[in-house]
Design a protein around this ligand. Structure first.
Ligand code: PLP
Length: 340
């Protein structure tokens, strides 16, 4: 069975992006965040290709996500650490937990859990143990592979970036950690000062551009396409779609395509989205499973034909008001994923 919408995935572009980020990471290794099902592209498909390209450090959010890629036997870290109910799977050794709190540290130590990673908070106040607690010996006796922290505003020019870098650098040598890691995608663009021993890009691997400096280095990876379900001529004065928000000012050629907000093509694209390199425009409201396009510019487009939706992330984010992260991770599971 083939779905009436598909996600074309460009493996060469994915690998190109990882290699570009690896180069920009200087002497640091470059890993890959594959949480949220590989930012909506399919974690296993992404991870297998990046592992072939040489990537040796992968990050998921939860143990559920770790189990889904366990068969690939990747070096894997679970960013949210270990809850009590995660301990059996965590002790099975399919991944290292990234310990985030004093409670998690105590839990892992009392289970003699083996190698782990640790997140230190340097100002984001989201996850992580305090740097002072680390200095006071919180982590003594643990076998730490990677000590990490996370940048709160790396996609902006803010004094907080350097402040977080300095706070993190001050922990060098304080723990027995084998490596230190700070930069996400945007952090890589801040320069090799931010790379430490290992970088952790997510968004940029998948073609998202968190900072302008990266725009020329990255290629689009995910291209959604949908099939035409019906073509019709709408008479002047008639309306299209829910709530009749769009009215034809002249006879208009319209194609109804098989994609909608349940596929992450959200209502923010109503009257704003485009397809086929800007030639076709969304008219009226996006429905759950359907979108109407003005196809006056495509006289031959017929039922059953495939239409590529414009999905270059920086452009589409600006046009829709959605973040590049939301656009990718919202893509949903109905697409047939076609790697080329
Ligand atoms: C998601 C995440 C990343 C990747 O961030 P991007 O902005 O997508 O590059 C890196 N590190 C941590 C801790 C994360 O949660």
């Amino acid at each position: 069975m083939t779905a009436p919408h598909r996600l074309r995935l460009d493996a060469a572009a994915l690998i190109h992006n990882w290699q570009a980020l690896d180069r920009l990471s200087g002497t640091a290794a470059c890993g890959a965040a594959i949480k949220a099902d590989g930012y909506g592209l399919g974690a296993a498909g992404v991870a297998a290709r990046l592992a072939d390209a040489g990537c040796r450090d992968f990050f998921v959010a939860t143990w559920d996500e770790a189990e889904r890629v366990a068969a690939l036997r990747l070096p894997l870290s679970v960013l949210h650490g270990v809850r009590a109910e995660d301990m059996p799977i965590a002790l099975s050794g399919i991944a290292r937990p990234v310990l985030n709190s004093d409670v998690q540290v105590a839990r892992w130590r009392s289970a003699s859990g083996g190698a782990c990673d640790v997140m230190v908070d340097t100002g984001m106040n989201r996850l992580g143990v305090s740097a002072d607690a680390v200095r006071d010996g919180l982590l003594d006796g643990l076998t730490i592979d990677t000590l990490m922290s996370h940048l709160a505003c790396a996609d902006e020019d803010r004094a907080m970036n350097a402040a977080q870098r300095t706070a993190f650098a001050a922990l060098r040598g304080v723990t027995g950690a084998r490596r230190m890691s700070l930069a996400n995608s945007a952090g890589i663009a801040l320069g090799t000062d931010y790379a430490f021993d290992l970088t952790r890009p997510g968004l940029a691997l998948y073609g998202g551009v968190p900072r302008g400096e990266l725009a020329d280095a990255l290629r689009q990876v995910a291209m959604p396409e949908a099939q035409v379900l019906q073509r019709r001529t709408v008479a002047a004065g008639d309306t299209v779609g829910y709530n009749a928000t769009w009215t034809a000012t002249q006879p208009t050629e319209v194609a109804i395509i098989n994609v909608g907000y349940a596929d992450g093509y959200l209502r923010a694209f109503s009257d704003r989205g485009t397809a086929d390199c800007g030639r076709l425009s969304v008219i009226g409201r996006v429905s759950m499973d359907l979108v109407a396009l003005d196809v006056g510019a495509a006289p031959d487009l017929a039922e059953g034909d495939w239409v590529p939706l414009d999905f270059a992330l920086p452009d589409v984010a600006a046009r829709s008001g959605l973040s590049q992260y939301e656009l990718l991770t919202g893509l949903g599971r109905r697409y047939e994923r076609l790697w080329a």
